[in-house]
Design a protein around this ligand. Structure first.
Ligand code: HEM
Length: 244
């Protein structure tokens, strides 16, 4: 070994497993997460055959009717293994009846569930909570959009960031506790063609509740000061869900 190599400090390998709050003194860690991809299509006047094709594929999906396009469809696919998106899901899209539709690529969103370190039940948070929301037949409305934070947020101290997120979380949780709306929060750093950082899905039994939540969030520090861009917004009603 050369003298220079011997003097080099050891490389610290980052621990990129998801981490939750400690449980009985032991840190919760899990190297699993759910990927979700939303793809939007137009040119679909008869959506029922899509339901049959999704059922046959065995994929875990939600099919949405696009409220803003009478021929529009949204397909949300969930999987722990991202290769499912480039294999089984790709086969589905290359087969009848999906292959006849026109993709609306500007609405494609891809993200992963992630932890912030405070989760009391890490596995439930990463793998089960969003499935519960996406398989609940009463939560039939959904709005999905990507967003990018301003870099200034990262320059704030941890305490300032915590206070800003607390204000946000308090408002979000008041909607959740009241059964008005629930969030599906995904990170998409490095996965989004437009450099977005988060994909947000808000689900509810009432569309106006989602709109009110988005409106109320605009008044929070986080949204008013630290979000650079949001959208496009996809607004759909569930036609079919095979999410378990
Ligand atoms: C502990 C609870 C929560 C945390 C830590 C949290 C964190 C986040 C994060 C990191 C983002 C991405 C934007 C950014 O931070 O710059 C975000 C966005 C968002 N979250 Fe939350 N969230 C929480 C609870 C909720 C709940 C319960 C809801 C709704 C029921 C909600 C609704 C939203 C919405 C609508 C956005 C998009 C921003 C906007 O439209 O103004 N959040 N949240």
């Amino acid at each position: 070994m050369s003298i220079q190599a011997a003097q080099r400090p050891p490389v610290e390998i980052p621990d990129i497993r998801e981490q939750g709050a400690p449980k009985e003194g032991t840190p919760q860690v899990l190297d699993r997460r759910l990927f979700m991809q939303l793809q939007v299509f137009t040119g679909c006047p008869h959506p029922q055959p899509l339901v049959e094709a999704v059922k046959k594929s065995g994929l875990e999906c939600v099919l949405y009717l696009d409220i803003n396009d009478a021929q529009g469809i949204g397909l949300l696919t969930l999987t722990e293994d991202p290769s499912v998106l480039t294999q089984t899901a790709r086969q589905l899209l290359l087969s009848e009846p999906f292959v006849r539709l026109t993709p609306m690529r500007e609405f494609t969103m891809l993200g992963r569930t992630y932890s912030s370190g405070h989760e009391q039940n890490l596995e439930d948070w990463l793998l089960a909570k969003s499935r519960r929301n996406l398989s609940n037949p009463t939560l039939s409305w959904a709005v999905w959009y990507p967003l990018k934070r301003k870099p200034e947020f990262e320059l704030l101290s941890k305490d300032e960031q915590r206070a800003i997120l607390m204000e946000h979380a308090k408002l979000g949780m008041s909607y959740g506790t009241g059964g008005l709306a629930h969030d599906v929060r995904l990170a998409c750093h490095g996965l989004d063609p437009n450099n977005n950082e988060f994909v947000i899905g808000i689900v509810s039994s009432k569309l106006h509740s989602i709109s009110r939540l988005v409106e109320d969030m605009r008044k929070t520090q986080q949204t008013a000061k630290y979000i650079e861009s949001m959208g496009p917004f996809f607004v759909g009603q569930v036609l079919f869900s095979s999410v378990k």
